[in-house]
Design a protein around this ligand. Structure first.
Ligand code: AMP
Length: 441
């Protein structure tokens, strides 16, 4: 399969060639013809699959092919949950559209609005935006949606997670009814399905079967934080994300006890399980957790191994394990069939060796995210480049089957090699742009 076979215009083929892509990734091979056909598309695809080009290339082509009534009137809107993602998508639109006479810009919150207004006033065909700022700008009369033809919701699951649903619904009401809708989401869990039903009409469903189900359904983040502030950060995450059932891993039994006590004191029902706990205590903790009475279950690696718990929406690594393979076991606790799991690692500067070991094992740099108010005094050192010929350790057979590989994702493994991911911030206020789960180069 080649990009030519997908029916892309020469100007886009040239841009793709200049980017150095030799062939479409699986999501691109499916999404590009679907979008070109003009139908609504619902695509299950995560970061790293090449999804951005999967919607950007055909979107550009469709805009280019149909003559606009007025040049540089807003015809395509891409909504993203975070400013980082917005910036990255906008960059892709620029790159892939470089040989086309279309204009694009990006707007997101947290920066001055006036330069964005100035750009909008000069006219754009494509706007990439986070919901809050878009609504602000519309409220100020700076955006006219009357000629909008295509709407893209990127990382729709994340938008819901971050509480953007009301903003999205408000935006939808402002758009013309006749339009093409494209929705990209890492998962199509139930909440997403109901959003899908209200937005998409008879959509083409596109899905790439990850070669490696475990890893590909777990989104992973590293939160650099000073050691002494990990407890406070964990509390903030639990409350902020409204996690009702979270499994937290610590390296030591003592650490597990201490953390469970701290959480309990802070009003978050928690229990610890580890080798020193009696079977009765473990069973009680586990039952409480399953029944929803214990919100945070703190466990050591050994204790967690034998746990009979259904897959969880998220796990947190309060400490990184000393053995990299344990990381893979830990995150394998999340990511239910067809749904995305999330794994958050709170990493202090002294754990860079463990982090490096994990990244070499899974052959990927985990996205870093800095949480407002928890920026570390001592930051985690820069990522070491991934060594291609990673020598698996004796457990690696097992670990690799859960490892994060990019084998079928368009040949874009090992991205970010040697570079540090952009500094990310997470804000808790709904409506403001937050972090991206991207691990893009
Ligand atoms: P995305 O999933 O859209 O965030 O893309 C992930 C990375 O894959 C980006 O760095 C893209 O530049 C890269 N990429 C996208 N499509 C291809 C392709 N067909 N071949 C190789 N790399 C690609």
């Amino acid at each position: 399969m080649s990009f030519e076979q997908l029916g892309l215009a020469p100007a886009l083929l040239q841009a793709v060639q200049e980017k150095g892509y030799s062939e479409p990734s699986p999501i691109q091979a499916q999404a590009i013809p679907a979008v070109l056909s003009g139908r609504d598309v619902m695509a299950a695809a995560q970061t790293g699959t090449g999804k951005t080009a999967g919607f950007t290339l055909p979107l550009l082509q469709r805009l280019h092919e149909s003559a606009p009534v007025h040049p540089h009137r807003l015809r395509a809107l891409v909504l993203t949950p975070t400013r980082e993602l917005a910036a990255q998508v906008a960059e892709s639109v620029d790159t892939y559209g470089t040989h086309l006479p279309l204009k694009s810009t990006v707007v997101f919150g947290g920066v001055k609005i006036n330069p964005q207004i100035a750009k909008l006033r000069r006219g754009v065909d494509i706007l990439v935006a986070t919901p809050g700022r878009l609504l602000d700008l519309h409220g100020q009369g700076e955006i006219d949606f009357s000629e909008l033809e295509i709407l893209v919701l990127d990382e729709a699951d994340r938008m819901l997670d971050m509480g953007f649903i009301h903003d999205i619904r408000r935006i939808l009401k402002l758009l013309p009814d006749q339009r093409q809708n494209l929705m990209f989401s890492a998962t199509f869990a139930n909440e997403i399905r109901s959003l899908t039903a209200s937005i998409l009409s008879n959509p083409v469903e596109v899905e790439v079967n990850p070669a490696n189900a475990t890893a590909d359904t777990v989104e992973q983040w590293v939160y650099p934080v000073d050691k002494k502030r990990k407890g406070a950060l964990l509390r903030e995450l639990v409350i902020d994300h409204n996690w009702q059932q979270v499994l937290v891993f610590t390296r030591t039994k003592h650490g597990a006890n201490r953390l469970a006590q701290q959480l309990d004191k802070a009003g978050l029902e928690a229990a610890a399980i580890h080798g020193n706990k009696s079977q009765g205590a473990r069973t009680r903790a586990l039952e409480g957790f399953k029944a929803g009475k214990v919100r945070v279950l703190v466990a050591t690696d050994i204790a967690a191994r034998g746990l009979d718990i259904a897959q969880l929406p998220q796990v947190v690594n309060f400490d990184l394990p000393n053995v990299a393979e344990d990381y893979v076991h830990r995150i394998g606790r999340t990511g239910r069939a067809g749904a995305t799991g999330k794994a958050f690692s709170l990493v202090s500067a002294d754990e860079s060796k463990q982090l490096n070991g994990i990244q070499q094992l899974i052959q990927r740099h985990i996205t870093r995210e800095y949480v407002d108010g928890f920026e570390p005094e001592h930051d985690v050192p820069e990522n070491a480049p991934l060594r291609r010929a990673h020598k698996p350790s004796k457990h690696a057979g097992k670990a690799k089957s859960g490892g994060q590989r990019q084998g079928n994702s368009g040949g874009n493994g090992n991205r970010n090699e040697g570079s540090r991911p952009p500094r990310r911030r997470r804000r808790s206020r709904a409506g403001s742009p937050s972090s991206s789960n991207g691990n893009r180069a």
